[in-house]
Structure formats: C-alpha cells, structure tokens
Design a binder for this molecule. Sequence first.
Ligand code: MN
Length: 710
Amino acid sequence: MISADALIALVRDYNPKTNVDRIAAAYDFGRAMHDGQFRRSGEPYFSHPVEVAAILTEQQLDDATIITALLHDTIEDTDASYGAVADKFGDEVAMLVDGVTKLTNLQLSSHETKQAENFRKLFMAMSRDLRVILVKLADRLHNMRTIRSMAAEKQVQKARETMDIYAPLAGRMGMQWMREELEDLSFRVLNPEGRQSIIRRFITLQKESGDVIERITGDMKHELAKAGITAEVLGRAKKPYSIWRKMEEKGQGFSRLSDIYGFRIITSNEEDCYRALGTIHQRWSAVPDRFKDYISQPKTNGYRSIHTTVSGRDGKRVEVQIRTRPMHDVAETGVAAHWSYRDGVRSNNPFAVDPVKWVAGLTEQFDAEEDHEDFLEAVKLEMYADQVFCFSPKGDVVKLPRGATPIDYAYAIHTRIGSACVGAKVDGLRVPLWTRLKNGQSVEIIIAEGQTPQVSWLDIATTGKARTAIRRALREVDRERFIKLGRELARSAFEHVGRKSTDKALSTAAKHLRLKSPDELLARLGSAELTGHDVVQAVYPDLTNKDGEKVSPRRAVIGLSPGQSFERAACCQPLPGERIIGITFRGKGVVVHAIDCDGLGAYEDMPERWVDLNWHSGTHPAVYGVTLELTICNDAGVLGRICTLIGEKKANINDMEFIDRKPDYFRLRVNVELRDVEQLHSLMLTLEADSDVAAVDRLREKAKHPVSAG
Ligand code: MN
C-alpha cells in the first residue's frame, strides 16, 4: 500500500505548496475508519482509496480532491458521518465526499444499459462540482484495474456499466487516456476472445513488418532534425478496443495502419507545430480531408493539436498529431486540466462550475465533426431541462416531467401501484403526495390493497398517464355518481343547442362514439373524459351554434347521406382542395381517402362501398392534421426556427416526434393542422427554403386497410 509520505510526495511534485498536514490527517482518518475492512483480494480496504488518490495526483488535482479520494468511501462504508467529515476537513470536502457517495448509490445495473444516456446526464446534473465526477472516474478506474478478484458475474456487470456509462463520461470530460483504459479493461472482461484475436494479429503484423512504431518514429525524428526542429516523437499502438470498434464500424479488416498506430510530435512552441507539419507533409504525402487544425480552432474542452494523416511510399497511412507540451498536457487530462492546481494560487472555489453551463458551452464553438457528440449531449440536456430523473428503491431511473409528484411517479411505475398509493417516501422520509420531485431523489410508494384514487389527485397529478388512469379508476369506483353527473351534463349540452337529451339521442351518441352503452357514455361524460360538445356532435354533426358557425367540420364534405359521419383516412390524410373518395364502413360512417391513395386498392372489388365526395368549396378551418417528415441539420436553433416558420404560416403543431438522430442530422415527424392543400404547399416551400432543412416530405403511409365490416 502506498504510504502517506509517498502519496504526499506525489502531490508535492506538482503542488509544492500543498497542505501536508491536511493530507496526512485525511490519510490517517481514512485508514482508521476502514480499519478491519478488507477487499476481496485480501488487501486492507484502505489500499483502494489511496490508489484512487494516486490516480488523481497524475491529473495534478488540488488538495480537496485528493482528500476526497482518501475519504470517498467513508460516509458510505464506515461509521464516519457527514458531520464528522465536515468538522475535520471542512464543508467543501464533506460535500465532495457526499457527492461521490450519491453517485455510488445509484446502483446501476446491466439490464438498464438502454438508460446509459440518462445516467450520464444525471451524473452531470447531480454533480454541481465536477471534481465529484473526477473522483468517481478514478474510483471506477481502480476498481476496473483490480476487477479480477471479483466474482465472474459481478465482473461482467461492472464491465458493462463501465463501457456504457463511465468510459463515455471520461471521453466527454476530455480524458481520452482514461476513456481508452476503461474501455480496454471492460473489453477484456466482456469479449476476451475478441481482444485476444486483435492482440494475436498485432503479433503477426509485427513479425511480418518488424517494429513499425520504431521505424516510423525514427524516420520522423530524422526529418525533423534535418529541418532544425527540436521535437519529441511518440508512437503508440492504439488500444485493442479502439481497433476493434473501428473494425466493427467500418466492416474492415486489420489492414489499415492508420487505425492501429498513432504518432505524436511534441514541439517546444506553437510556431514549430506548423513547421513540423510542413516538414512531415514534404516528406510524406498528406491524405486529403484528414487535416484538422485544432490549434487555431481549439475544441471546447480546451483540446489543441494539429491532426493529419500521411501515407508513405508503401501506401500505408499513419495518423499524426502535432502539439506543444502544454497542449499535450491538456489533451491528456481534459476538463480536469482547467482546474488542476497551478502556481500555488487558487480562487475561492474554482471547481464549482455548473455542469449544465459547461456542457452548453460546448456548443458555442461547435464546428468540427468530432464535436458532434458533445453537441448532441448538450442539445439533449437542453431538451431534458423540463424533466426530472428519479430512482426507484431498486435503482431504476424514472423519467418524469418537471413538477411531477409522487402520484405521477407511482403511475409511471404501474397503474396498479398508482391506484393503490396511500403515501410516499422521498429519500427515506415521508412526504405529502403533492410534493414536487427533484432530480436524483429516490422515491418509494407506500401502497395498501383495496385503496382507490382520490378526486383531489387530479389536481396533484401532472402526467397524462396518471390523470387518465385516475379518471378511469374514479369512474369505476364511483360509476353511479358519474352517470348521474353525466346525465345532467348531457341534458344541459343538448339544451344549449335546442335539443333534448333523450334515451334515443344518448344511445345514438354512444354508438357513434363506439361505446358499449349509454351509461358508459354518461359515466365518461361525468368523469370529464368526454365533453358535452363531443356527445352532441355525435348525434347532430351538422348543428350550428348561436353565431351560425358550424359546430363541426363534418359538413366540410359534400355527398354524405344525412346523419352519415365521416373521418379522414390516416394513411393519406386528404386535405380540402384534393380530390377525394369515400369508403363506407358499417358503424363507422365514411372514411375519406385521397383519390390517388394506395390504400384504395383494397376496396377495388367492392364498388358498393365507394361514395363520390367533394370538399365544400368555402374556406375551411385549419383543423386537418397532416404529417410531415423533415430532415434537418443538427444545428443550434434550427428546431426553434422550424416551429416559428410553421407558426408564421398559421398552422398549428399537433405533435412532434424524433424518428432518427444521427450526429449530423435529425429526422422528425411533425403533425400540423392545416386549412387546405394550398396552405400545405406554401408551408412546405417555406420549410424547404430554410438552409438547415435538407428535406420535407408529406408522410403518406401505405396503410394496412381493414377490409372487413363492409
Ligand atoms: Mn471506491
């Protein structure tokens, strides 16, 4: 185990002004607290926090981070309390240790990998101080380095988690070396044969062509020296997992050197970077489109380098990165570099950055393709700003809209849980059901058999799922009451249009609304699942209100028999202005299709069901939904602009759904409510004219038509 003195020496190496006594005190406290605990390998438990601290000294982090590493498992696994840590080491350290403990308690598990993205986001959202993530990553790195002593099943679980959550997180923080090491340690567990095959091919390659790294490094050094440039040349083989992934992605074999070896030229100043580049390009030919200058245009996480790929006489390509020593340091430590201890000076708390702002800041200089992933992450964070992520007692993540209450949570888990809910605990404490949930809270629902939802819950619940379920449950529990109420509502609704709410009217309405009985209709009306307007319209589709306006757009179509209702076919979504034809359905009225709809083929041999129809020639209200499929560039603000354009065209957005998100573009479906085909064409032209819109298509599905019930 690394001794206190040895650890302190590592810190002093980069931070001569370190507070030796505080680190020594943390070391002693941690060791005393973990006394008697052992790791599975048989080593004293405290060897683990010390190794984690040592990993963080490599990133040259400040005293508080090193002390946090030494204490990171004390609150969770020992008798030490938050108060005790705060008393001895101050609030800053106590808060950091507490933050690490919270992340540790998330208890991710392998079957939730589809939620990996949520977890990464949550990590960021929960860690107001990024040092918490730095400690957690170092903790995971040490656990992965020593994973062999764990049970086989646990190894796979931890490796999966590392691959899905921690390695990408390290990448996002700009710590490429850590990302690669975490990936490779996981790869070793998850696919030992795959990894072995890569290593075997490495050995074969080495036998065939000798030590490529040494040869190319030597050549480069020689060229640079000839040009009078002082520089270090570092060559390295990429990690087996990186090579594996590239092979998988490109479906290529193990032949391209540029995918296997990487070379770095470290110069003593910025000017020499460009001189070195010139020298390299003179000697070897540059591969087109592989040159990137991140020195003049640094990445948002501070990364600077010149990237190029060159090919030698034998046509074999290699990647070269050129940078100065300070640039190299940032490239190695990533985000951590911005906060590592320098010159013995520190402001009040330079680490306490808002991670959401930090990630959002990534978008500002977004241009190079490597940044797309960062950008997407930022866009997602923005999109999720109106959501909260909570945990079940088992550690499942439950995503809810902001403002959600334990009732919403309960219904999100299962309708049965929602209906039987009698109380809730948040982070272990009983809370009233109207409590608004916050990010990262763990929620436990207390249920009692035979319990039913309360009417007051309708005011507490915010999600549609919960409200619908509550209404439905209320209706069943209190059916008689709702039927009575519904009867009153129906009476007044019919009276409003000068008609009578007779039994016949109600059963006609029930039939048209496809409900099984008039009582069912009244119960739904009473529980506010239907409006009085819906009921009246089901019986009298052609009524006008006092102002003489059509109560419904049903009259929009000419050619229907009296009382015959119509609906627009979902497959072709015909609009006024388009030629239409109707197909009759027993009990369903007429379904209106565009005359060129592919779906009509299904009715070809049933001429008795075809009805000639025309749109009414007057102006129609903008109530006809049409689905558009848009392909848009993944660029900041484009979504907002599209919404504005649609609004300017006086169309309503009904619904919006992402169907594909690629790094460089989104595909989404937008359902808009329109007046007629003319408005549609004008809207499509406007959208197409936007430079960030690659394509606009009207979605006409080749629907499966029900041929039955003629
Ligand atoms: Mn640990």
